[in-house]
Every structure is written in structure tokens, then in C-alpha cells.
Design a binder for this molecule. Structure first.
Ligand SMILES: [Zn+2]
Length: 439
């Protein structure tokens, strides 16, 4: 939109005089910010920067130097043939106006990098937002592109003056992954540690946090940008583990991945470990220890689930036996196919696990009007069948992941030809029940 107010005219003039930085941003982003990866299968890996395949023999300790690009790649196991990166970076500079005084300008660039086997990457860096921030942060002025269909971050149209409502201000305030090292901040921000070391947090969000969170101020002064950025979404964890954080920093522990480290403290807490002991909170290999505890927690949760399942089965077993015992022992054979009635709730669970369907989870053993049978080929469960006792029809017969096996029609026809046997048992069962009820 065209500038209308006096302030907008001033922002318009400042906007014409920003530093020409696009080329440097692009060069820096590609070399310093983009991930440098090799995606590997068992025999080879491809470098996402040149798109070429190289032999797996070049890989040592999950690192390899690309023979073409001469850069070190982190090797990740993946069969992907394409890889996309998308993130924001920022550049900070200063400007001055008669009405707004000294203004902190934050420029936000969206980076898109699309990689695929056999091709050079397609790499775009587009400046989408400029924030002109006067002393009073509630009066931020925006020069930005427009939001496509009113959704997400601005990315279309020209860089123009925009009226941004409070409700939409987050759309115009994306979190940059990093600030360009030439960034310049007002001295008053520099004094409290806001400089080009900021990462994962926008300038406006950083200053907002600093207004009310004293721990955040301490972290910033200590240059702990990673932990500082966690003060936005993980504020509760920073507060809860503040003592551990202080001990780790006193021990000069270098926290490479703050999010993972806070997760790791959660895991230590879960297992009742001493959160004041550097032995636990300062692991040499964070990822290894984190993954080890994640696995341990998973195993514990599985054990608890299994125990609960066993209790549930024991409870249900008698009821199932009472309602379906007269059908037990029914076996139909033809060729390599055998069909049997499921004779315990435990068998429901086993068949559900093997064929990965919901016969146990959805408690089919409780269905009074259905009979559940299992079809085997060479003693291996191949399908599970539900027969309606009221109509003597097959309701469903399902194999792995609920799909029919290649024996589906043979199983159905074997069952059809034996349906009268099931019917006879059901009839006599009903008769017996009526007599019992009458008696
Ligand atoms: Zn390469």
C-alpha cells in the first residue's frame, strides 16, 4: 500500500536506504546455514549439494568428504532421492528518522533449498519482511510482502508498507535460524547480549522474553543462545531445571542441542536420577545417552502395557470360555489350509499382534453374536474370520494389516462348506440356554 501517515512516509524513505545485502546473504546462507548432508544406503551415498553418488567406503564415523564439493558431509541413513530445506535467516541494521528516532531494522529472508539425486540444488533466498522497530516496540512498522490467501508467512507480491494487526503480528515475525554476522544492533541491546549470536528466536520475541524472565537475561549474558531460545516455548523447563542448568554451566558443559538436552533432563527426572550431579547432567555424548534413556523409557512403558494387558486378559478369559466353549475343537482342513476357532483371549492378542489388525484391540472376543476363527497355512496364521451366528454368514476375513491374503477365496469357500457344523452347535446352544432360562 502507499504511505499515508507521516510515520509511513518516514518508513518509506528509510526503506529506500537499507543496505544492499542480498548477495552476501545468499552466499553465506548456502555455505554456512544450509545442512551439508549425504543420504546413504548400504552401498553408497549421495551428496545433496552436487547430487552425485559416492561409494560408502568414504564414510567414517558418519562423516564423509564429498570428492566433488570438497566439503564434509554428515551422513544420514535414508533411501530418499530428494531433500528439501526451508528456514529463515535475518540481518539487523540501524536507521534513523525525525519522527521515529533511532530505529532498529530487522530484515527477514526466507530460504528454500531443494535437492535431488543427479541435479544441482535449486536454491532461493527471498527477503519477505522488514521490521522498523522504534524505541517503543508496540509501534513496529512493517514493509513486507503479502500473505498468500491470507495464510502463513508473507511470501507474495512486492515489499510494501503493510498495516499489521496485533492478531496477525506473529505472521510477520518468523524465527530466524541465524543472524548474518555483519548484523548491527543498538548498543543498548548489545549490552544485554542481543547480537548476531541470536538463533532460533526473533529479535522481537527475544526482547519480549527479556522483559519478564530473569533467567533468560542470565542465559543471554552468558552467551547461551541455544538455551535462551528455549525460553520461548520451553519456558517451564528452563524454570524447572534452572539448578541443573547452573551446575552444567559452572562445569563449563557445552550444550550443543538445547532442546535435546532439556528432553534428556526430563528423562533423568523420570528415572529419578540426581539432577544436581554433573555425572548425569553433563554426558560426553548427549545423543547417545538421550537415545539410551528414550529406549529404556519405551521398554518400561511396553512392560507396563503388557502387564495391564495380562490383567485384562485374565479377567476376560472366563467370560469368553463360557460363551464360546461349545465351538472349541472345531477344525476344518483342506489342502494346506486349516481353520480353527480361537479358544482363548490370549489367542486373540497373538493373532492381532501377528497380523497387525484390531481383533484384540477392538475386543471381538466380547461379541456374543459372532464367532471368530483363525485360518492357517502351514501352521502360520494367515487370516482371521468373523462369522455371524445369527445369519451364518462370513462378515469379514482379514489378513495382515486388514488386507485379504492370497488364500482369501479358498478360506471363504472352506468355511462356507462347513458352515452347517457351526450352525448345528449354535442351535443346540440356544436350545440349552432357553431350557436354562426356563428352569
Ligand atoms: Zn558434493
Amino acid at each position: 500500500m502507499k504511505p499515508r501517515t507521516k510515520i509511513q512516509h518516514e518508513v518509506f524513505r528509510m526503506n529506500l536506504n537499507v543496505i544492499d545485502i542480498q548477495k552476501q546473504i545468499k552466499k553465506w546462507t548456502f555455505s554456512e546455514c544450509n545442512e551439508k548432508l549425504g543420504l546413504a544406503t548400504k552401498t553408497r551415498f549421495w551428496c545433496i549439494d552436487c547430487g552425485d553418488y559416492h561409494p560408502i567406503s568414504l564414510v567414517k564415523n558418519n562423516k564423509a568428504k564429498c570428492p566433488n564439493c570438497k566439503i564434509e558431509l554428515s551422513i544420514v541413513q535414508s533411501r530418499k532421492r530428494t531433500y528439501n530445506q526451508r528456514y529463515w535467516v535475518a540481518f539487523a541494521e540501524l536507521s534513523c528518522g525525525d519522527l521515529l528516532g533511532e530505529v532498529q531494522v530487522i530484515r527477514l529472508f526466507e530460504v528454500r533449498s531443494n535437492h535431488s539425486v543427479n541435479f544441482k540444488p535449486h536454491f532461493y533466498v527471498v527477503e519477505n519482511v522488514r521490521q522498523f522497530i522504534p524505541e517503543d516496540h508496540s509501534k513496529v512498522q512493517y514493509v513486507a510482502r503479502t500473505r498468500n490467501m491470507g495464510q502463513g508467512y508473507p511470501s507474495g507480491g512486492d515489499l510494501e508498507i503493510r498495516n499489521v494487526s496485533h492478531y496477525h503480528s506473529w505472521n510477520y515475525n518468523p524465527c530466524p535460524y541465524r543472524f548474518h554476522p555483519w548484523s548491527q544492533f543498538k548498543p543498548k541491546y548489545g549490552k544485554i547480549g542481543i547480537n548476531s549470536g541470536l538463533q532460533g528466536l526473533s529479535f522481537l520475541e527475544s526482547t519480549r522474553i527479556l522483559n519478564f524472565n530473569r533467567n533468560a537475561e542470565t542465559l543471554l549474558k552468558m552467551g547461551q543462545y541455544g538455551l535462551f531460545s528455549e525460553c520461548s516455548n520451553n519456558e517451564g523447563k528452563i524454570f524447572r531445571y534452572w539448578n541443573s542448568i547452573k551446575i552444567a554451566l559452572r562445569n563449563k558443559y557445552k550444550i550443543e542441542d538445547s532442546g535435546m538436552w532439556l528432553d534428556y533432563l526430563d528423562l533423568l527426572d523420570f528415572f529419578g536420577k540426581d539432577l544436581k550431579s554433573p555425572r548425569y547432567i553433563c554426558p560426553n555424548n548427549l545423543k547417545h545417552e538421550h537415545d539410551r534413556y528414550v529406549q529404556k523409557k519405551g521398554e518400561q512403558e511396553r512392560r507396563i502395557k503388557l502387564m495391564e494387558q495380562r490383567k485384562k486378559i485374565a479377567k476376560e478369559e472366563n467370560a469368553y470360555r463360557e460363551s464360546k466353549a461349545p465351538f472349541f475343537g472345531l477344525v476344518f482342513n483342506k489342502g494346506e489350509i486349516t481353520i480353527k476357532v480361537l479358544e482363548s483371549v490370549k489367542e486373540f492378542m497373538e493373532h492381532g499382534d501377528i497380523l497387525k489388525h484390531c481383533v484384540f484391540a477392538n475386543e471381538y472376543y466380547k461379541k456374543k453374536e459372532s464367532l471368530i476363527l483363525a485360518a492357517y497355512v502351514n501352521d502360520q496364521p494367515i487370516e482371521t474370520v468373523e462369522v455371524s451366528l445369527n445369519t451364518m454368514e462370513i462378515i469379514q476375513s482379514r489378513g495382515e494389516h486388514n488386507n485379504p491374503s492370497c488364500f482369501n477365496s479358498d478360506i471363504m469357500s472352506l468355511l462356507h462348506s462347513n458352515m452347517s457344523k457351526i450352525g448345528r452347535i449354535y442351535k443346540s446352544l440356544k436350545k440349552a440356554n432357553q431350557i436354562t432360562i426356563k428352569a
